[in-house]
Design a protein around this ligand. Structure first.
Ligand code: PXG
Length: 292
């Protein structure tokens, strides 16, 4: 069935939802985006996603032609138009149509579009058995060059790493910073469990300030477990008690091997399982209603 896409203030059938070949989002990856989930008729952490979108846009000096409230309402309206209760939502703002030069001043009108579709869930097996992951040779873009904290349309760094995981036959890969610290995965943040606390790389090493990452830090705090944001290298990953990844699509997913080394007992660990349960309960309670 054809989806209805929000495009610059209108809901149009997907066949008609077209952007110009002169759009700088396409020509240069000049734009920002968010990936958002809806569960059971409610959009999870909508305000946080909208805020991050505005932060990314502000960092690239892109003026979103809508207020935060209007963008939030457009997300909900797109879900309603497609009669969705559980959805994967892609919210995109590009620099808009310009000429063939880089100059963003030639793009007077940003393009805003929202796709809300049924979510392609990760196989249940990934959660039950845990993931085998590799370390990618492609290093995460240095924050000195292009800060991965901005969720920009420039995802080639992640895609090159993703190609490595595809070639290795695994679903995710760890990306290191240029000086060898663990940064994140191609589309997920990473956490390690140690004896009495949890660690995750600080955002300044070069990763996305993940919304699921924050949810997990808060859930852990509620369980009385501290999360330390600290730099670590691969050796620390190999010797972790448990490891797991977080992201809007993946939620919380256990990692059981890294580069062929078993993590902990080589099966999903107890804290990861406990967090998954807490997360599933949280999404039942929270979220901005789509229908009211
Ligand atoms: N790092 C990167 C590079 C990401 O792209 C995350 C971490 C996790 O952030 P959130 O805010 O989602 O907890 C992301 C987000 C997909 C998909 O289809 C990937 C993301 C989001 C939505 C869908 O693979 N990655």
């Amino acid at each position: 069935m054809s989806l209805l896409i929000y495009l610059d203030g209108e809901l149009v059938p997907e066949e008609e939802a077209k952007v110009s070949v002169f759009d700088h989002g396409l020509l240069y990856g000049d734009g920002v985006f968010e990936g958002i989930r809806a569960y059971d008729g409610r959009v999870f952490r909508l305000d946080e996603h909208v805020e991050r979108l505005y932060d990314s846009a502000n960092a690239i000096m892109l003026d979103i032609p809508l207020s935060c409230e209007e963008i939030g309402e457009a997300v909900l309206a797109t879900c309603r138009a497609n009669e969705l209760t559980d959805a994967y939502i892609r919210l995109v703002v590009t620099r808009g149509k310009g000429d063939l030069g880089l100059d963003p001043r030639k793009c007077p009108c940003p393009t805003v579009f929202i796709i809300a579709d049924v979510i392609a869930l990760y196989p249940e097996e990934f959660y039950e058995k845990g993931l085998e992951v590799i370390t990618c040779t492609t290093r995460r873009t240095s924050p000195d060059a292009l800060d991965p904290g901005m969720k920009s349309l420039n995802y080639l760094n992640n895609i090159l790493a993703k190609i490595e995981t595809v070639r290795a036959g695994v679903p995710e890969g760890i990306m290191l910073s240029s000086d060898g610290y663990v940064a994140e995965c191609t589309g997920d943040n990473i956490f390690l469990v140690r004896d009495d606390h949890v660690v995750t790389p600080p955002v300044y090493v070069g990763n996305l300030r993940g919304i699921t990452r924050k949810v997990v830090i808060d859930l852990l705090a509620g369980m009385g477990i501290e999360t330390h944001e600290e730099l670590f290298r691969l050796l620390e990953v190999y010797s972790a008690k448990e490891a797991f990844l977080t992201g809007t699509a993946a939620e919380i997913i256990p990692v059981v091997t890294v580069d062929g080394r078993s993590i902990g007992e080589g099966k999903p660990g107890p804290l990861t399982q406990k967090l998954r349960k807490a997360f599933r309960e949280l999404i039942k309670r929270e979220g901005t209603p789509i229908y009211q």
